[in-house]
Ligand binder design. Structure first.
Ligand SMILES: [Zn+2]
Length: 76
């Protein structure tokens, strides 16, 4: 059952799963939490996605925004 040619997940060297992002991942999230925020992932079929610092910030802002929509308007 061991697939020797399968890519090895090196925990020390996780990359961000957002498409076209090559940054080092800092946090991991379940796909259901992030799929509404980021529409493109390198692999859309995974249950957990890793986010880099930058994308985590975006995620954080977005979830905050959703929770407190009328508290703080996103200024353009
Ligand atoms: Zn990223």
């Amino acid at each position: 059952m061991v697939h020797r040619n399968a890519p090895v997940m090196d925990k020390k060297d996780k990359k961000c799963d957002v498409k076209d992002c090559e940054n080092e991942a800092v946090r991991s999230f379940s796909m259901s939490n992030v799929k509404d925020i980021f529409s493109n992932f390198k692999d859309g079929n995974v249950k957990h996605v890793n986010l880099c610092k930058e994308h985590y910030k975006v995620y954080h802002k977005k979830t905050k925004e959703d929770r407190k929509l009328d508290h703080l308007r996103w200024a353009h």
